[in-house]
Structure formats: structure tokens, C-alpha cells
Design a protein around this ligand. Structure first.
Ligand code: ISE
Length: 348
């Protein structure tokens, strides 16, 4: 698209944002300052003062209810960045109102809720939902996918990944390590391989004594895809040193690794290396920018793109099964509902 940045009054797409915490506020800034063809015009947060703060900054309307914002005829599309538990309800409201929605991951906090969203899109006969799996827009992961798809290193055999946070949030739980953090790897590995998963396992490791004892940390996921590609993912919520996302594809004729894109390698005073980010929102900033532009363009074209509700459902179903596997101590086969044909038309 070639438009220049729209102002609030001239924007073609009027976006309403539900949830004005850290990520919601960052997305508002992104849409207002970077995304072409759109502007945020209204917000809602269950803590009204939070919404008011960001609204004052950009001169936005504050709604009393998220549902009201969704149904307003002054809102064309919606971003959901509220708590994980509230996602499903707002997504359903958006589909009922016929509005495209970008919902932060996870799509919902239960498999049942994901299925209810699939049912609504199926009944409507089109997609409205894009799930915020922004890593699909990261240049490093895109390069890895291109290497896999071109077969230049031969067949993909294994993927080895790590998701390391500097430290976990106050409200973090053992299951959130899989359902809230590891869910990124569950989605991106499936996207890289282009295959559905068949079975998986989650293991606990020696407990990190610096992590809250109520949280099992770190954990290790082992996930197998249809052709036998086997992936291992370290989920480490308290790495102690920074936010570090790793991914290595092991193929028949070579290996490719994700590099940390934000810095240069420095050689100085007997040192060779680069700094490490500490805040996860910075690592994928460019990917978020691309994701939002793609989403706004898709609203213009009335055709949802990116990670679909089906992808959100699969990620949730796999995350829950992995939690079950960890608790039972056995490999679990993933049982998925039948894929509605609606999602076959979509390149994931
Ligand atoms: C956080 O919620 C995110 O979505 C980040 O992308 C992830 O890396 C982090 O671990 C989560 O806590």
C-alpha cells in the first residue's frame, strides 16, 4: 500500500482496542504512529483509569463496555489485548458484529472456547479472526521457513528451540509457561514445518531455586509432527540473563539457526559477542509492525490473513494436551476436531 499515515480524523479504518495494558498500549502507539491506512479511535479497559490515560494521550473515546465498543458503528475493526481469559468472549462478539479482529495470543484459554469461535466463523462462512502469532512475520523465522520450503538443506529432521524470559511475571503459573509462553513455539514450529502434530510430551527439569517454588521451571517440550520431524523446546521463565529466543532447524544436509537481530557482534577487550534484550516486547517489534500492517491491509480487503482461528485452536489443543502429558508422565496423542474447509483456503 502506498498511503501515508492517516490522522485520527482521516483514517480509513477506525480501530477499537480492548485492553490498554502494556501490549495494548504498544499496539495503540504502533497503529497511530506506524500503520498505514488506520487509526485507533476508541479504547476500553476494565480499569477505566488505564484506558483514560492512553485515551488522553491520543484524544480517543473511552467506552464503558468492550461489547459496546465492538458494536459501535464508528468502529471498523478491533484489537483484543485484554487478559487471556477474556479473549474468547470478545472474539465471539466481533464475529457476531461482522468485524475483523486481531486477537492477541492465546485465542482463548480453553479448547471449548476455541471451538465455539470456529463454529461461529463456520456459520458466517468467512474468517474474521487473526491470532497475534507475530513470529510468523519475523524475518529470521521467515528465512528459516524459506530454507525448509526450498529444500536447500534437504529434508527437515528436527527443530531445537528455546524460549527464555529474563524472569516471569508476578501472576505466572507452571501451566502458563506452556499456554502463554510456549504457545509461541507450538505455533511457529507447526508453521515452519507446515504439518500438523501427532503427539508430544512435556517434562519438568531440576527446579531453578531462584524461581518461585510454586512454578515448575524450566520445562522441556518434545513434539512430533506427522512426517516424524521431532522438536524440542526449552521453556525457561527465569533465565536470569535476558530474553532469548532460539530456534535451530536440523536438516539432512545442514543446519540453520535464528540469530538475534537487534544487535551487532562486537569484538573488543578479549570479548566477542552481543548484548541480550531483557524485555520480550522489544525482540519482535519489527514483526509486530509487519503483522499490524498486514492486518490493516486485510481489513481493507475484507479478507482475514495470518494465523487463523484454526491455528489458535490447534495451538491451544496442543498446549492443553502437553500439560496433560506432563501430569501423566506419558506421550499424549493430539486429538483434533475436524478441520472446517473454510481454513483450507488459507495459507497459514
Ligand atoms: C508473553 O506473554 C509473550 O507473549 C511473549 O511473547 C513471550 O515471549 C513471553 O514469554 C510471554 O510471557
Amino acid at each position: 500500500m502506498t498511503q501515508t499515515k492517516q490522522t485520527k480524523d482521516t483514517a480509513e479504518i477506525r480501530v477499537g482496542v480492548i485492553g490498554t495494558g502494556a501490549i495494548g498500549t504498544d499496539h495503540i502507539r504502533r497503529i497511530m504512529e506506524k500503520t498505514r491506512g488506520a487509526a485507533v479511535t476508541a479504547v476500553y479497559d476494565y480499569v477505566r483509569e488505564n484506558a483514560q490515560l492512553v485515551a488522553d494521550n491520543y484524544d480517543l473515546k473511552v467506552f464503558d463496555q468492550g461489547e459496546e465498543l465492538i458494536r459501535s458503528n464508528k468502529i471498523d475493526a478491533v484489537v483484543i489485548a485484554s487478559s487471556d481469559e477474556s479473549h474468547a468472549h470478545y472474539v465471539r462478539e466481533c464475529i457476531r458484529a461482522g468485524k475483523q479482529v486481531l486477537c492477541e495470543k492465546p485465542l482463548a484459554s480453553t479448547v471449548e472456547d476455541c471451538i465455539s469461535i470456529l463454529d461461529l466463523e463456520k456459520a458466517a462462512g468467512r474468517r474474521f479472526v487473526q491470532v497475534g502469532f507475530m513470529r510468523r512475520y519475523d524475518s529470521g523465522y521467515m528465512k528459516l521457513k524459506q530454507i525448509i520450503d526450498s529444500n536447500e538443506l534437504g529434508a527437515l529432521l528436527m527443530i531445537r528451540a528455546a524460549h527464555r524470559n529474563k524472569t516471569h511475571a508476578i501472576n505466572h503459573t507452571t501451566d502458563m509457561s506452556i499456554k502463554n509462553s510456549g504457545i509461541h513455539e507450538i505455533d511457529i514450529i507447526r508453521w515452519l514445518t507446515g504439518e500438523e502434530y501427532t503427539e508430544g510430551m512435556a517434562l519438568t527439569a531440576r527446579q531453578n531455586s531462584t524461581t518461585d517454588p510454586a512454578i515448575q521451571d524450566p520445562q522441556l517440550l518434545v513434539i512430533r509432527s506427522k512426517s516424524g520431524i521431532t522438536s524440542e523446546v526449552e521453556i525457561n521463565m527465569n533465565s536470569g540473563y535476558g530474553y532469548d529466543i532460539r530456534c535451530e532447524i536440523v536438516c539432512e544436509k545442514g543446519v540453520a539457526q535464528l540469530t538475534d537481530p537487534h544487535d551487532v557482534i562486537l569484538l573488543k577487550d578479549a570479548f566477542h559477542g552481543h548484548s541480550v534484550l531483557t524485555d520480550w516486547s522489544q525482540r519482535f517489534i519489527a514483526a509486530y509492525d509487519e503483522e499490524f500492517q498486514d492486518w490493516i491491509d486485510s481489513v481493507h480487503h475484507k479478507k482475514a490473513v495470518g494465523a487463523s482461528a484454526w491455528d489458535g485452536y490447534v495451538a491451544q489443543a496442543v498446549a492443553e494436551a502437553l500439560i496433560g502429558a506432563r501430569d501423566s508422565g506419558r506421550f499424549e496423542r493430539f486429538m483434533l476436531t475436524e478441520k472446517p474447509p473454510l481454513y483450507d483456503q488459507v495459507k497459514g
